[in-house]
Every structure is written in structure tokens, then in C-alpha cells.
Design a protein around this ligand. Structure first.
Ligand code: UT7
Length: 328
């Protein structure tokens, strides 16, 4: 088995900022409620002409530059998204064309907020087994296009953005120690985006009126306790597998849906909130892109240093959850 490491990271956030104060103008809500109940102060919104692959291109170019690898050298592109440009072809294919990654095979992975860890796990196997030498793993989401902007319990939570990592065969040191992924399909109704699926097509006036093309979070809002448990289990599984403890970990990069979920995770893991790298205040929940964006920012601001142990973890619709432990 080859050793696999992250050799470059990048991220891109659209310029437009939508603050809680902006939301006060269109919804019966207020900054105080959103901040105390979720930890979110603002989020980013993609431009009208931007699709998921456009955000992904910006993040990927930074990751490739960071890795010192040209787009034509990339052999595999795995894109995590629940908001691809089109149902067919995959968002990754549009990205491949936009990057000029002419030698790469590309496909999408759908695992909601855990998407980046699923994509990382898949790409890692190809390199471990010697099939490809490198891969671009990217998560890109335009969640704001899925929202019902009259539903104050849902639309306040989400934002847009993209994060990317280049992974490659490496020598000693810096490497992915493990990835673990899990699914509970029986609870799939908890976080639902029916629109566009074969159950909801053809799109009709009725399906639009019933808001079947908008994100439905009723179950997700009720399953905050499940989220806390699954996050904690995913972290414990990674540590147990590698015979390490949380004290060995420099920073946890979690998916960020609600600050209260993360406070619950920290309590359950018996660790300080300082161990968790947070971006929720400025970006909200960007589904699969949350983890790689936070990872890139933690690398850029020096939180992550060579030799550090970094724990990625996520939980989301599907249900899906997982973790990845990385020696930086
Ligand atoms: O990736 C994991 C997926 N899971 C998630 O993302 C979970 C997301 N869910 C959450 O973060 C929380 O469930 C919410 C933030 C959406 C709601 O927080 P909560 O503390 O569970 O509030 P609640 O639903 O119990 O609502 C409390 C009150 C209600 O009013 P009444 O019935 O007490 O009069 C709501 O109508 O707050 C009201 N409310 C709001 N008020 C102002 C709900 N949303 C808002 C809002 N602004 N945006």
C-alpha cells in the first residue's frame, strides 16, 4: 500500500456577504436569535452567474498552486456536492473542463455535509492501491439556491463556498492515517432535497408549490442529539483505530451546522472548545465544503503546523458521518 498525504489546500468564498441584519429585513428574525441559537453572524452567497464548478475552480486552482502540480498532471477529480451545476453530467466534469485537467477522470460524490470526507476516502483508495498517483478532492456547494427564503428555521443556516485538497503519494511523515465513513439510509428523510430526483420529476407547478425543490430540514432540526453522538463516535473511532488519544490531536476541523451541536460534541469528548477550529460565525453551514474550507484556513493562518495531528469530522444528511485523521 502506498502512503497518501494532503500536499496542497485551497478555498474560495463568494464575495457577497449576507448578514443576520440583512435577513432581519426579509424575515421575522433577528441577529440576537440567530447568533445565540446557531453561532452564525453572516454567510456568503454566490453570484447569479456562478455555478458549483465555478466556485470549485477557484478553490482547486489555489490547491493546485499550493501543491505545485499543474492541472494537466491531475489523474483523478472527486467532487463532493449536493448542488452540482447539472443533474447530468457531474459537477466534477464541468470542473475538469474549466481547469483543463485533460488527463483526469472525474465524478461526483453525494454524501451531504460529510461529502468531503467521503470523497477523500474514495480518492485515497485509488492512490493507496497504485491506480493513480494524485487526485484533486474538492467540495463545492451553492446551498442558497436550495432554500425557501420564507422559512426562517432553515434559510438562516446555510451559505455558499468551495474547498479543495490535492492528495498524492508521499514518503514518510505527512500523511492521511485513516478515513472512516458511515451511512444510515433509514433516516434519509431527516434532511431532504427531493427536487430533481426521479421521485419528484417531472418538475410541475404542484412540486414547486409544495416546495419540493427546497431543502427540508424538519428531521434534521429534531436530530441534533443524533448529530452530537455521531460526531463524537467518528472522532473516537479515528483515535482508537490509530491507538491515539485526543490529547495527541492539535486541532479538530469539524463540519459546522450549529455552534450548539459542536459544544455538545466538545462536552461529550471531554475537550475544550479551543480544540475545534471554527468558521461558522462568518460562513454558516456550507454542507460538504465546510470542512475543506476550514482546513485550508487553519493551514493558512498557521493553526496547523508540520507534524501536527489533525482530525476532520462531519455529520450530515443521508444520514452520513465520518472522520479522517491526518499527520500534517
Ligand atoms: O449537518 C447537520 C444537520 N443538522 C442541522 O443542521 C441542525 C440544524 N438545526 C438547528 O440548528 C436548530 O434546530 C435551529 C437553529 C434551526 C432551531 O433551534 P432551536 O433552538 O431548536 O429552536 P426551535 O426550533 O425550538 O424554535 C424555538 C423558537 C420557535 O418559536 P416558538 O414556537 O417557541 O414560539 C421558533 O418558531 O424560535 C422560533 N424560531 C425563530 N425565531 C427567530 C425559529 N427560527 C427562528 C428564527 N428567528 N430564524
Amino acid at each position: 500500500m502506498k502512503r497518501v498525504g494532503i500536499v496542497g489546500t485551497g478555498s474560495y468564498l463568494p464575495e457577497t456577504v449576507l448578514s443576520n441584519f440583512d435577513l432581519e429585513k426579509i424575515l421575522d428574525t433577528n441577529d440576537e436569535w440567530i447568533t445565540t441559537r446557531t453561532g452564525i453572524r453572516e454567510r456568503r452567497v454566490a453570484g447569479k452567474d456562478e455555478a458549483a464548478s465555478d466556485l470549485a475552480k477557484r478553490a482547486s486552482e489555489k490547491a493546485l498552486a499550493d501543491a505545485g502540480i499543474a492541472a494537466e498532471e491531475i489523474e483523478l477529480i472527486v467532487m463532493a456536492t449536493v448542488t452540482p451545476d447539472t443533474q447530468c453530467p457531474a459537477g466534477a466534469n464541468w470542473l475538469e473542463a474549466k481547469l483543463g485537467a485533460v488527463n483526469a477522470v472525474s465524478f461526483d460524490v453525494t454524501a451531504a455535509c460529510t461529502g468531503f470526507i467521503f470523497a477523500l476516502s474514495i480518492a485515497e483508495q485509488y492512490i493507496k492501491n497504485g491506480i493513480y498517483r494524485n487526485a484533486l478532492v474538492v467540495a463545492s456547494e451553492i446551498m442558497t439556491r436550495t432554500l425557501d427564503w420564507t422559512n426562517r428555521e432553515t434559510c438562516i443556516l446555510w451559505g455558499d463556498g468551495s474547498g479543495a485538497a490535492v492528495i498524492a503519494e508521499v514518503g514518510d511523515g505527512h500523511r492521511i492515517l485513516s478515513t472512516h465513513i458511515h451511512t444510515d439510509g433509514a433516516s434519509g428523510d431527516n434532511l431532504l432535497l427531493p427536487g430533481g430526483g426521479s421521485k419528484t420529476t417531472p418538475i410541475s407547478f404542484e412540486s414547486v408549490e409544495k416546495k419540493l425543490h427546497n431543502l427540508d430540514m424538519i428531521g434534521a432540526n429534531q436530530s441534533v442529539k443524533v448529530a452530537v453522538r455521531r460526531f463524537a463516535e467518528a472522532c473516537e473511532e479515528a483515535l482508537l483505530h490509530n491507538d491515539l488519544t485526543l490529547d495527541d490531536v492539535k486541532v479538530i476541523i469539524p463540519h459546522q451546522a450549529n455552534i450548539r451541536i459542536l459544544q455538545g460534541v466538545a462536552k461529550r469528548l471531554n475537550c475544550s472548545m479551543d480544540k475545534l477550529y471554527l468558521t461558522i460565525e462568518k460562513y454558516g453551514n456550507i454542507s460538504s465544503a465546510t470542512v475543506p474550507i476550514a482546513l485550508d484556513e487553519a493551514v493558512r493562518d498557521g493553526t496547523i503546523q508540520p507534524g501536527d495531528l489533525v482530525l476532520l469530522t462531519a455529520f450530515g444528511g443521508g444520514l452520513t458521518w465520518g472522520s479522517s485523521l491526518i499527520r500534517w
